[in-house]
Design a protein around this ligand. Structure first.
Ligand SMILES: [Ca+2]
Length: 525
C-alpha cells in the first residue's frame, strides 16, 4: 500500500496518524484485545468454579488458553487499579492514596507518561479504547457560570451540583485520546456515576438533557443524555467495540489492532435485560451472563474477519466483587416503585454480609443466592482481603498458549505492560512496577514473574504486601495493627499471625520501603 492510501485509510477510520507506525511492517505482531469487567469477581465465572452463573464464552477461552488463579488488581477499587493496568505503576505512587476519582476529577495519568496505548502506538498498533474510563478528564467549564473555587465546587467534590458548571458542548480534554488511544468511545466512569453521557474521542455525543428515570441505586441523579439507557449500556458499548473491529479489519491497513473494552457490567446497579432470570445468582448473576455475552460478541467479530487466530485476548476485572444484590437499594426500590421488575427474585432470600459499621448499603447486607462472587476468599471490593483484589484473568492466543493451562503464579494487572512490551519488542521505559509474564504464556515450565507485590486497599488506603508465602496488611487509619497471613496454610485469611512472626513482619516492612523507593525504570521525573 502506498503512503497516500495508508494515510487516507487512517483518515477514513477516524484514527490519528501514528508517525512511528508508518513504514514499519508489523504484520507479524498479534492483535491485542483486553476485555475488562467492572467488579467482576474471582468466583463469578464458571471456569473459576461458579455454579450460579454460566459463562461458556469465557470458559472456552480458558479451556483453549491460560487461566491465572493468583492474579491481582493493584487496588481493591477501580480508578487506582485501572491506573496500574494502563501505566505499569502502583497507584499508591499517585496522589490517589484511597478511594476513586470523583465525578469530574482531573486526569490521574500524568501527561507524558507511557501508557499501554502510547507504547503500542509506538510499536505500530492502531489503538482504541471502548467503555468505562474512570481515570479523569479535563472537563470544560461554562463561560457564564464560573465557580468561585473550581476544585471545591467541580473537580474535587462528590456534590452532584458540580455538573451544573460543565459545558457539555466543548471538548473534553486529556482523556483516552491524549493518553495513547487513536479512538475512544465510552463513559466517563461507572454506570451509576454522573455524567450520564457517552463521549466519543474528546466530544460528548449528546448532552445530558433528559430527566433521569428513578432506578434503584442511582437516585439523586442528574439528567441523562437522550441516548443513555442504563439497562442497555453494555449492549451499546459492545456495538461500538464491534464497529471498531469491523472498521479495522475491513480496511487495507496492515497494522495490528489494540483494543481495550472496559464494560459497565457487572457494577451495580445490575439491570439485566435479555439475560434476566437466566442465572441462579440474582440480578448481579444475570449481568455476569451479559458480560459473557459481551466477550462472545467480540470473539465472533474477530472470527468474522479471520483475526481471532492472531489475537492475544485477555479477559479480566478491575477489582474484586461485591457480595451480590444490595438489600438496601432493592427495598427502597420496592417501597417507591413496587415490583416493577424484580420482586420475584428475592422470595425467601436472607441478607448476608451485614456490616453494622458500614455505609447504608452495607448495613442492610446483600442477597447472594448462595453464589460466592469472591470465590473461596475472604472479603470483597474495596477491602484489603483477597476477595477485594484477587481477580480472574484469562489469556487466549491460539497456537501460542497451550490449551487448558492453569497458572498459579502470582501476577498483578500492572504486569500487562511489561508483558506486552516484551511481546512487541518495545525498548522504551515502562512503569517500574511491571514484570513480564510472557514466558508464563509461552513456556511450559514458567518461572515466577515476581517474588513480591505491594498493593493497596481501596477504601482504607492500607498497603498490602505479598512476599513469598506471606501476605501482610499494613496498619491503616490507626485503628488496627498490621495483619499477617500465611497464604499456603491460610489462603482464606482467618488466622492473623502478626504477633508470632515479628521477623517476617519486619522483612515485609523493609520490602515495602524498598518498593516505595524503587525508581529504576521510571519514565517521568
Ligand atoms: Ca470496579
Amino acid at each position: 500500500m502506498n503512503k497516500f492510501n495508508r494515510l487516507l485509510t487512517l483518515f477514513l477510520l477516524g484514527y490519528l496518524v501514528v508517525p512511528s507506525a508508518l513504514g514499519q511492517d508489523k504484520e507479524q505482531l498479534p492483535n491485542i484485545v483486553i476485555i475488562m469487567g467492572d467488579d467482576l469477581g474471582w468466583g463469578d465465572l464458571s471456569c473459576y468454579g461458579a455454579t450460579g452463573t454460566y459463562t461458556p464464552a469465557i470458559d472456552s477461552l480458558a479451556a483453549h488458553g491460560m487461566r491465572f488463579t493468583d492474579a491481582h488488581s493493584s487496588s481493591s477499587l477501580c480508578s487506582p487499579s485501572r491506573y496500574s493496568l494502563m501505566t505499569g505503576r502502583y497507584s499508591w505512587r499517585t496522589h490517589l492514596k484511597k478511594g476513586v476519582l470523583k465525578w469530574f476529577a482531573k486526569p490521574l495519568i500524568e501527561e507524558g507518561r507511557t501508557t499501554l496505548g502510547t507504547m503500542l502506538q509506538a510499536q505500530g498498533y492502531q489503538t482504541a479504547y471502548i467503555g468505562k474510563w474512570h481515570l479523569g478528564f479535563e472537563w470544560p467549564l461554562l463561560a457564564d457560570r464560573l465557580p468561585a473555587d473550581a476544585d471545591k465546587e467541580v473537580f474535587d467534590t462528590w456534590e452532584r451540583t458540580s455538573q451544573d458548571y460543565i459545558d457539555f458542548s466543548q471538548p473534553v480534554k486529556q482523556g483516552p485520546t491524549q493518553r495513547g488511544f487513536d479512538y475512544y468511545y465510552g463513559i466517563a466512569a461507572s454506570n451509576n456515576m454522573i455524567p450520564f453521557v457517552f463521549i466519543e474521542n474528546d466530544r460528548v455525543v449528546q448532552p445530558p438533557t433528559v430527566e433521569k428515570e428513578y432506578v434503584y441505586d442511582t437516585d439523586q441523579a442528574k439528567p441523562r443524555a437522550p441516548n443513555w439507557e442504563l439497562e442497555k449500556l453494555d449492549q451499546h458499548l459492545t456495538e461500538q467495540a464491534v464497529k471498531v473491529i469491523d472498521h479495522h479489519f475491513s480496511s487495507v491497513t496492515k497494522n495490528p489492532l489494540m483494543l481495550i473494552f472496559s464494560t459497565a457490567s457487572v457494577h451495580r446497579p445490575c439491570l439485566p435485560t435479555f439475560t434476566k432470570g437466566k442465572s441462579k445468582a440474582g440480578l448481579r448473576g444475570d449481568m455476569v451472563l451479559e458480560f459473557d455475552w459481551v466477550v462472545n460478541e467480540v470473539v465472533q467479530a474477530l472470527k468474522q474477519h479471520g483475526a481471532f487466530e492472531n489475537t492475544l485476548l485477555i479477559v479480566t476485572s478491575d477489582n474484586g466483587a461485591v457480595p451480590g444484590d444490595p438489600v438496601f437499594a432493592l427495598e427502597r426500590y420496592h417501597r417507591d416503585l413496587g415490583d416493577k421488575y424484580y420482586l420475584d427474585y428475592f422470595d425467601g432470600q436472607v441478607p448476608e454480609h451485614i456490616d453494622p459499621n458500614g455505609n447504608e448499603i452495607a448495613q442492610k447486607g446483600w442477597y447472594t443466592y448462595g453464589h460466592a462472587s469472591a470465590g473461596p476468599f475472604r472479603g470483597f471490593k474495596s477491602e484489603p482481603w483477597e476477595g477485594g483484589h484477587r481477580i480472574p484473568l484469562i489469556v487466549h492466543w491460539p497456537g501460542k498458549i497451550r490449551a487448558g493451562n492453569v497458572n498459579d503464579n502470582m501476577i498483578c494487572n500492572a504486569d500487562v505492560m511489561a508483558t506486552l512490551a516484551e511481546l512487541t519488542g518495545y525498548q522504551g521505559g515502562i512503569g517500574q512496577d511491571s514484570y513480564s509474564f510472557l514466558t508464563n504464556l509461552l513456556s511450559q515450565s514458567p518461572d515466577q514473574p515476581r517474588q513480591s507485590m505491594v498493593l493497596a486497599s481501596g477504601r482504607s488506603g492500607a498497603l498490602i504486601a505479598r512476599m513469598g508465602e506471606w501476605k501482610y496488611i499494613a496498619e491503616a487509619d490507626g485503628h488496627q495493627k498490621g495483619s499477617l497471613y500465611n497464604m499456603i496454610d491460610d489462603s482464606k485469611e482467618q488466622h492473623n499471625v502478626y504477633n508470632q512472626y515479628p521477623d517476617t513482619v519486619m522483612a515485609i516492612q523493609q520490602l515495602i520501603d524498598q518498593v516505595e523507593q524503587y525508581n529504576k525504570r521510571e519514565t517521568l521525573p
